[in-house]
Design a protein around this ligand. Structure first.
Ligand code: ZN
Ligand code: ZN
Length: 322
C-alpha cells in the first residue's frame, strides 16, 4: 500500500519533540508539536497548514517563532490546535514583537483551544496588527480537524497541566487495481486522481468521467478502486503515568500503523516519572501492546539517559512484544 502521508521526527530523542507529516500527493504538511524546528527546510515549513500542540512547555512550543517568521508573507492561513490556554500563549508570543508595518501582510492565524467540553476559537490577523478576535466556541467531540480524507482526533490528557494526545487518520485508502486497468485497456494518468476523488465523495453512478477521449460512467470505473483501511499515525508525549491517561491513550491510538510515544524515564525511575508527569519506556510499550499498534517509535528521552539509549528501547520493546 502506497502511503498517503510520510512522517518523521524533526530532531533526535534527546532534542525537542516535533513530528513532521507530509501529505504525499499534496503540497501540504502537518506538524505535531513545535519544539526547535530550524532543521526543517523553508520549502517544508511552507507546506505546514495545521500545527497540533500537545502543551506549551517551551520544548514543545519554542518553534512557533520559526513558523511565524516563515509565514508572514504566506496567503494560506495557519491553524493551531492546542490545549485550553493555547490562544493566550499565541497572543503572548505575538505581543512579544512590534507590528506597525505588517497591515498589508496576508497572514491569518486561527487558533483552537481544546477543552474536555468545547473548542474555543480565536483569530489573529496581520491586517489588524494581530489583535485577538474571540470567536464562538463549538462543542468538542474528540475531533480537532476533519477535512476529507483526514481526521485528527485529540484526547485531553494530564501532565500536571492539560496536555493533548493526537491521532491522524486517513478515512480509507484507495488503491487502483492495475490488472483491471490493463484489462480495460485504460492508461494510467491524472484521471485516476479524479476517480479517487469521486470515490471519496460517493459520486452518483451516472456521473461521467472522460478518459483517453472517451466518456465513461462512474459506475463503469468505480470497481477499479480497491478500498482498504486508511493510514493512522498517533503522537503521545508528556503524560502523567496514570491509569486514566493510559486508558484514554489506548482508546485514541488503537490500530495505529505507527505510534510515536514518549519514553522519558526508565521504569526504575518511576517515582521521578510520577513527580515530573512523564511516561516510562515500559508504559510506552504497554500502551502500544494494548492498542495493537503495528510500529512503536520512541521519542523524548530524559537527557540523564544519554548513554543508556539501548536500555530505554529494550525496556519498551520487551513490554510491547510481551
Ligand atoms: Zn517535554
Ligand atoms: Zn511538558
Amino acid at each position: 500500500m502506497k502511503p498517503t502521508f510520510h512522517h518523521k521526527p524533526v530532531n533526535n530523542e534527546f532534542e525537542d519533540p516535533s513530528l513532521f507529516v507530509r501529505m504525499v500527493r499534496e503540497r501540504r504538511a502537518f506538524l505535531f508539536d513545535s519544539g526547535r524546528i530550524d532543521r526543517l527546510e523553508t520549502g517544508d515549513l511552507l507546506k505546514i497548514t495545521d500545527v497540533f500542540v500537545t502543551h506549551t512547555h517551551i520544548d514543545h512550543f519554542i518553534g512557533f517563532d520559526t513558523l511565524l517568521r516563515t509565514f508572514l508573507r504566506r496567503a494560506a492561513p495557519l491553524r493551531v490546535y492546542g490545549p485550553e490556554n493555547i490562544a493566550d500563549c499565541v497572543e503572548g508570543k505575538l505581543k512579544g514583537y512590534t507590528w506597525n508595518l505588517i497591515h498589508e501582510y496576508p497572514i491569518r492565524i486561527e487558533v483552537f483551544g481544546l477543552t474536555p467540553r468545547e473548542v474555543r476559537h480565536a483569530s489573529f490577523y496581520a491586517e489588524n496588527g494581530f489583535g485577538r478576535i474571540d470567536r464562538d466556541s463549538r462543542p468538542f467531540d474528540g475531533i480537532a480537524l476533519r477535512e476529507t480524507p483526514y481526521t485528527v482526533r485529540a484526547a485531553v490528557l494530564s501532565h500536571g497541566i492539560p496536555c493533548l494526545g493526537f491521532s491522524l487518520e486517513e478515512d480509507f485508502h484507495i488503491n487502483i487495481d492495475k490488472a483491471a486497468l490493463n484489462d480495460m485497456g485504460l492508461p494510467v494518468g491524472p484521471w485516476l486522481g479524479v476517480l479517487k476523488k469521486m470515490v471519496r465523495g460517493s459520486a452518483a453512478p451516472d456521473s461521467t468521467l472522460r478518459v483517453d477521449g472517451r466518456n465513461f460512467l462512474f459506475s463503469e470505473l468505480s470497481s477499479l478502486a480497491r478500498i482498504s483501511s486508511g493510514q493512522k499515525v498517533s503522537y503521545i508525549t508528556d503524560v502523567s503515568p496514570e491509569e486514566a491517561n493510559i486508558e484514554k491513550i489506548v482508546g485514541l491510538v488503537t490500530d495505529s500503523d505507527t505510534l510515536y510515544c514518549e519514553a522519558y524515564f526508565l521504569h526504575e525511575d518511576m517515582e521521578r516519572a510520577v513527580e515530573r508527569h512523564h511516561l516510562t519506556a515500559k508504559i510506552a510499550g504497554e500502551i502500544a501492546r494494548k492498542a495493537g499498534v503495528r510500529n512503536l517509535s520512541l521519542i523524548h528521552f530524559s537527557p540523564k539517559y544519554m548513554d543508556r539509549v539501548e536500555e530505554i528501547k529494550a525496556e519498551a520493546m520487551r513490554e510491547y512484544t510481551g
